[in-house]
Design a protein around this ligand. Sequence first.
Ligand SMILES: [Zn+2]
Length: 303
Amino acid sequence: MNFVILDLEWNGAYSKKSHKFVNEIIEFGAVKVDEQFNILDSFSMLISPQIGKKLNSRVAQLTHITTEELMDSHNTFTHVLSKFRKFLGDSVLLTWGTSDILTLMENCKYYLGEEKLSFMTTYCNLQSYCEYMLGHNDKSRQMGLSTCAEQIGVSSEGLELHRAFDDAMFSLLCFKELFDFSKIKEFIEVANDEFYRKITFKNTVLYDVRNPLIDKKEFYICCDKCGKKARKKSKWVVKNRSFRAQFKCNKCRREFEGRITFRLKYEGVTVDRRVVEKNSSASKEKTKCVFSILKKQNSNSEK
Ligand SMILES: [Zn+2]
């Protein structure tokens, strides 16, 4: 089994054709390795943009790529993609997080009218794999590549980060450090219909208490010190899309804020509970009382 780690750079450009912004890919960088991490081949190509002729300043600053360089490459997306297709072959495609593969899909749709990456047979989200290997359990916060590298002592020395090929190399170094053949198998997905449904699923935060997907039984908070259920001292309010209320742990004699976030994911609804020390983030943002909505809903159902 061979692995291809891919990284892309793109530029946000407004398309007059489709009347929307497109993340136009301007650079492909990839490296191919075998199971022993021998480098078999590498891939690095720039693309002359066709939608946004000028790089936006943030991208130019981050990548140090110039518009002239891109224009001088005389490569179209379609040309680079066909080269990459051959490069990939039947290897497993890996990207750090899903944004690169989603952007690749977006460009394939724009230029070729194809919804799926017909040339890809198997895919692995390297970020999910590394998070798993490092026991990163906070599903609401994704781990960045630099954070991962820091944790495992992988240095980016000599690499020019935010350029596609070097970012792919940096991802490879982390992958190599955390490689476990029996574990990686569980993260390799076959690119079938279900895979595309899952990868394009838009996760949403549910914060309307009337939403039937929100289970009222989930509205509780346990003390983070002793684990006992805490006593609610205030009404639930919605703030920054999470439900919040004041709590007291009778055993530990401490008061804190409890926060609950419901997320609708492809796999179902996840419930995230947090305990926030009092006065740790006193903010004056507008709050919306949900208790009244709950009551109203109850009175409606009694009718
Ligand atoms: Zn306690």
